[in-house]
Design a protein around this ligand. Structure first.
Ligand SMILES: Cc1ncc(COP(=O)(O)O)c(C=O)c1O
Length: 385
């Protein structure tokens, strides 16, 4: 996407620019939102906005008969809610399975597991293209006794590799594990992004990945699930997460998602991303490659490029100086790059695990944009490598 300051933005997996419909809503001036728990007319208007958003999400993801939804501050909160809930519930033996390829919002829960009586398993279980080795995972689970808790990342934020949802369903059917699906990067980036299985326990999303305000997200969970929220306080009217709901943010989810899904053409974006993948891979050969290039389970907006002798951070700076905004792997909270555990899991040497950059494009990518972006990226890469 070309930004108004003439820069190009290729970092949608970090955050998407606001959807046009959200900007229009704000500029219309009609976005005063009262507390939806208030009983006056303005309060009821806010409540209506939340109800509309809820109904829209149930219609879009078709989970209304089996699941409830709650709004939160974003996927980090959603993921923590379910995993910590599961750690807290029941007295029997428990096993938490996290993957080296998980986003930090799930992976870092490992740091608090000492407070719970659980067994922590940090797993790799992917091949060099990032594909989950489901049968191995199932065999491993079958050696365990007690409750199993799994965070299943549907689309990897760094590499765009998809773990098909049917694999999660299979794991559920065979092992009965509690499965939370981190669906944060799935919206309008894969074919059946809104075909959720009612069998899986919970799904989590962040609105700012598809054009809503930041600081708002939502999770689906089974109707009979005894959810405990991370915060305590007065319960709301429409859903019970304590605290005053962020009505502005929640309604921006409705606006942004309805706009984004209208402009998403899976076949067109797939052709465009494949064009970029093949041409970039060819361009950097033999000094580098597109990560996970051989997988057929790739999303339609993300390319992670590995380069043998270049640090991702240095490349990012060169791209930045040339007006292109790209992403690098696993920036930790201080903004300093640690070893990239995702690439290490894919088999990259630890010392080189930071030699990658990520391009994540708008969801309505098409061939014309792809050709244009390729020329721009090529120009910078040719100077850099
Ligand atoms: C796969 C995945 N899960 C979870 C998150 C956390 O989302 P948020 O930062 O909006 O809480 C992200 C953010 O990039 C993500 O990509």
């Amino acid at each position: 996407m070309k930004l108004t300051n003439k820069r190009y933005y290729f970092d949608y997996n970090s955050s998407s620019p606001l959807a046009k419909s959200v900007i229009k809503w704000f500029t219309s001036g009609d976005f005063f939102v009262a507390n939806p728990n208030s009983l006056h007319t303005s309060g009821k208007k806010s409540l209506k906005l939340i109800r509309e958003t809820q109904n829209f999400l149930f219609d879009t993801f078709k989970l209304g008969s089996t699941h409830k939804v709650f709004f939160h501050s974003g996927a980090t909160e959603g993921i923590n809610t379910f995993i910590i809930n599961e750690l807290n519930q029941g007295d029997g033996e428990k096993h938490l399975i996290l993957f080296e390829t998980d986003h930090s919002s799930a992976y870092k829960i490992k740091n608090i597991t000492d407070h719970y009586k659980i067994n922590l398993h940090l797993k790799t279980l992917v091949n060099s293209d990032g594909e989950l080795q489901t049968d191995q995972l199932i065999s491993f689970i079958q050696t365990l006794k007690g409750k199993i808790i799994i965070n299943f990342t549907w689309v990897n934020n760094e590499t765009g590799i998809i773990w098909p949802l049917m694999e999660a369903v299979k794991i559920k059917q065979v092992t009965g594990a509690f499965i939370h699906v981190d669906a944060t990067q799935s919206v309008c980036k894969i074919k059946d992004w809104n075909q959720l299985s009612p069998q899986l326990d919970a799904y989590t999303y962040s609105g700012h990945k598809f054009g809503s305000l930041t600081g708002v997200g939502f999770s689906f969970y089974k109707k009979d699930y005894p959810i405990q929220y991370l915060v305590n306080g007065a319960k709301g009217v429409l859903h019970s997460r304590p605290g005053t709901p962020n009505t502005t943010g929640i309604y921006s989810v409705y606006l942004a998602l309805s706009e984004t899904m209208k402009s998403y053409d899976y076949a067109e974006s797939l052709a465009a991303i494949n064009y970029l993948k093949d041409n970039l891979d060819q361009l950097v050969k033999p000094q580098g490659f597109v990560v996970g290039k051989n997988s057929t389970n790739r999303c339609t907006n993300t390319i992670s490029l590995f380069l043998n002798d270049k640090k991702g951070q240095d490349l990012l700076n060169i791209f930045d100086m040339n007006g292109l905004e790209v992403g690098v792997g696993s920036a930790c909270s201080s903004g300093v790059l640690g070893p990239n555990r995702v690439l290490i899991a894919y088999g990259v040497d630890e010392n080189k695990s930071n030699n990658s950059i990520r391009f994540s494009f708008e969801t309505d990518l098409d061939m014309e944009k792809a050709k244009n972006y390729f020329e721009m990226i090529k120009k910078v890469l040719m100077k850099a490598i």
